[in-house]
Design a protein around this ligand. Structure first.
Ligand code: SAM
Length: 280
């Protein structure tokens, strides 16, 4: 495969191409087409149904930002759930946090976990941590069966297609609200403000109708469509922007810092406008 290029058709009219050294794995699982590529610019890459999920070289941005903002907003994040996230990167960050006692992963597709353990050990390492519990289950069912249980729930999902469609619906956000304790926090990855503004608007409106505090924050992830990526946070009590930065525990990170925690909520005008439109 020397010199071959893998092209992800991202959104209508946009694609990203990676020069690929080799394709290490390909299989049709019960839920999706799974590939692991070895690329020149981003190292090993996990691809599901033709969409890049995570790359060894830039995954740290996504996994630190989807976890640490909520973990460092909650004063006592003991019991944390990740829905999706079978590569294990979010769990790796969660188990490192000094206050976390238990990190549960609910992933629908065991093949993603197996491939990540085999080909992406630096991302999946946290899945073997004694604080981690891995459950092969539909996240929608797990949320419906959980009441007042979690301090933090993170939805680290694929795009809203196939089994992930229900992870972007208002009834699911209401279920998450009910599955959280009285001071719980929810975070979901919500895609690109440039290319999928309609998705961000829909999620923001729905989360806002369920949670008293709703905030959107940004990070910069080169391998994702558009590069600028959004996360939507719903909180019952704690405002992520009101965190005393001095209270944030020192951990080894490559993107997140207390200052970035604050700065991530500073939004460009076009994103502010998008959120205003969402609530009209
Ligand atoms: N960071 C990634 C991104 O934004 O592209 C997402 C990573 S992770 C690999 C997404 C996972 O969500 C997939 O492994 C998929 O199997 C899982 N997933 C999709 N729908 C699900 C559901 N209903 N319940 C649990 N996991 C689900």
């Amino acid at each position: 495969m020397e010199g071959l290029w893998y092209t992800e058709l991202q959104e209508p009219g946009v694609a990203i191409s990676l020069e690929t050294k080799t394709r290490l794995h390909a299989e049709q699982t019960d839920f999706q087409y799974l590939e692991v590529l070895d690329t020149k610019a981003y190292g090993r890459v996990l691809v599901l149904d033709g969409a890049i999920q995570t790359t060894v070289n830039d995954e740290f941005v996504y996994h630190e930002m989807i976890t640490l903002v909520a973990l460092n907003t909650h004063p006592n994040p003991e019991n944390v759930l990740v829905v999706g996230g079978g590569d294990g990167g979010a769990i790796r960050e969660i188990v490192k946090h000094p206050k976390v006692k238990k990190a549960t992963l609910v992933e629908i597709d065991p093949a993603v976990i197996n491939a990540s353990k085999k080909y992406l050990p630096e991302i999946s390492a946290g899945l073997n941590d004694p604080k981690a519990e891995v459950r092969i289950e539909d996240g929608i069912k797990h949320i419906a069966d959980s009441k007042g249980k979690y301090d933090i729930i993170i939805v680290d999902s694929t795009d809203p297609v196939g089994p992930a469609v229900g992870l972007f619906e208002k009834t699911f956000y209401q279920g998450i609200f009910d599955a959280l304790k009285d001071d719980g926090i929810f975070v979901a990855q919500t895609e690109s403000p440039y290319l999928t503004a309609h998705l961000i608007k829909g999620v923001y409106k729905d989360v806002h109708s369920v949670f008293p505090i709703t905030k959107l924050y940004l990070a910069y992830i080169p391998s994702y469509p558009g590069g600028m990526w959004s996360f939507t946070l719903g909180s019952k009590k704690y405002d992520p922007e009101a965190v005393d930065l001095k209270s944030i525990p020192e951990t080894k990170t490559r993107y997140y810092t207390p200052q970035i925690h604050k700065a991530a909520f500073v939004l460009p005008v076009f994103v502010q406008e998008l959120l205003k439109e969402a609530l009209k």
